[in-house]
Design a protein around this ligand. Structure first.
Ligand SMILES: [Zn+2]
Length: 62
């Protein structure tokens, strides 16, 4: 018996470029609206600035 696993969730700061790389069939990106809509350094490339996202990874069912 296999237990249903929780969807993978992760909070990341992503610039527009990395956000588009992250977006695929198995992942959902949701903008997190912070009180002050300040941009912060991207967690992936650490070069550009972007917004905070919640990354939800969907399980591929077979
Ligand atoms: Zn980036």
């Amino acid at each position: 018996m296999s237990k249903p696993r929780k969807a993978f969730r992760l909070e990341l700061t992503l610039c527009y470029r990395c956000a588009s790389d992250f977006r695929c069939d198995n992942r959902i990106l949701k903008r997190i609206n912070r009180r002050n809509n300040q941009k912060s350094r991207c967690d992936i490339c650490q070069v550009r600035y972007g917004f905070d996202y919640l990354v939800i990874k969907k399980e591929a069912r077979q």
